[in-house]
Design a protein around this ligand. Structure first.
Ligand code: NCD
Length: 362
């Protein structure tokens, strides 16, 4: 395969990067096809089921017991960090973490490239979140071009890199857990295909909605509604992708316009950390993009309400305590851990053992 320098590789169009990345890293929502998505969902279900029995939990904990993971998260994170860590522990992995650049050698001026090289000497998996949208892609290039190889399922593999959030652009594992949550919510309604999904809030800088929109290419008949104030509307690159893949979408000026037609409503917070003059306190969600109790009455009976979390004023607190089964964001959060078990198990090719156990015992 042709070799590229790091700057050349970063500059390649996405369609040329994707076949190189293949199934060796998790970096972009665009890398997944339907068969893989179905596999992840099925595997996440299997992990969750077999973990309920001692034999199943023991099996899971034995699978990766000699592997070590590094969680390199140098941007704020609670859920993604903790759920990856929990997922690794379910699979018996040893775990290390680095969360603060000020206490790493990068504060002494070490480059990201050298730092990643260093990490690779000690671990078998790197999960990373970075404000630079190309950092995980760069880490992949470093892994690809280094001598370090792992034996995985009898085959030599490069050390896998998993993105836990890349700048304001991509959050592929969140999109996978969102798809898993949608599939579960629509279990009795034929799954995601043909559904209308309304995304609300800061769509421009929300990496979760961007990645989820990219994944929708795999589900025929899906329509998207983008409810956002002009300045936070979905970026052109995503809209172009949707046009290219014939995924219908519309934009509306208030979530009230889509509340009755949507099968899923996906709320997001204003991503004010990207504001240039980030002042004190947080930017309030504009009216028209806040989910209030009254909206539950207007939602379809079969619809569901998602949020990647953390949430702020865009969802009224009372919605949490309304006892409404359509509010699924806390289940979505829990699904994240199982999806991450599935992702790591697949990367290390222990997925068939999990499915075999689930098949034999359940
Ligand atoms: C999201 C993120 O970090 O992009 N959080 C998460 O991973 N669940 C969403 C957000 O921060 O708004």
């Amino acid at each position: 395969m042709e070799r590229y320098t790091l700057p050349q590789f970063l500059e390649l169009p996405r369609e040329q990067q994707l076949p190189i990345i293949d199934d060796r890293a998790i970096l972009y929502a665009q890398q997944f096809n339907r068969a893989q998505l179905d596999h992840y969902c099925k595997l996440a279900d299997a992990c969750r089921t077999i973990h309920k029995s001692d034999a199943g939990a023991d099996l899971l904990a034995s699978l990766l017991r000699r592997r070590t993971a590094l969680n390199f998260f140098v941007q704020p994170s609670s859920r993604t960090f903790l759920s990856f860590s929990a997922a690794q522990s379910i699979l018996g992995m040893r775990r290390m973490s680095l969360r603060d650049l000020n206490i790493s050698s990068m504060s002494k001026g070490e480059s990201l490239v050298d730092s990643i090289r260093t990490f690779m000497s000690y671990v078998d998996l790197i999960v990373m979140r970075h404000k630079d949208e190309s950092a995980a892609l760069a880490a992949f290039w470093i892994s690809w071009n280094s001598d370090r190889r792992l034996m995985v399922g009898g085959e030599e593999r490069i050390l896998p890199i998993v993105s836990g959030g890349a700048g304001s652009k991509e959050h592929p594992t969140q999109a996978l857990l969102d798809v898993y949550t949608l599939e579960r919510s629509f279990e009795d309604q034929g799954g995601i295909e043909g559904k209308t999904i309304m995304m609300v809030g800061d769509l421009k800088r929300g990496r979760t909605v961007r990645s989820l929109a990219f994944l929708m290419r795999n589900y025929p008949g899906v329509r998207l509604i983008f409810a956002a104030p002009e300045r936070y509307q979905m970026s052109e690159d995503v809209c172009e992708f949707l046009i290219q893949h014939k995924i219908p979408y519309s934009t509306v000026d208030s979530m009230d316009d889509g509340i009755e037609t949507a099968d899923a409503i996906y709320m997001t917070r204003i991503q004010d950390e990207w504001d240039e003059l980030a002042g004190e306190g947080h930017v309030a969600s504009p009216p028209g993009f806040r989910f209030e109790l009254r909206h539950l009455d207007r939602m379809k009976r079969s619809a569901c309400l998602l949020h990647p979390l953390p949430k702020r004023d865009e969802v009224d607190e009372a919605v949490d305590y309304a006892g409404d089964k359509r509010v699924v964001y806390w289940r979505q959060e829990r699904n994240g851990m199982w999806m991450r078990v599935a992702i790591i198990a697949t990367l290390f090719k222990v997925d068939s053992q999990i499915l075999a156990h689930a098949f034999e015992h359940h």
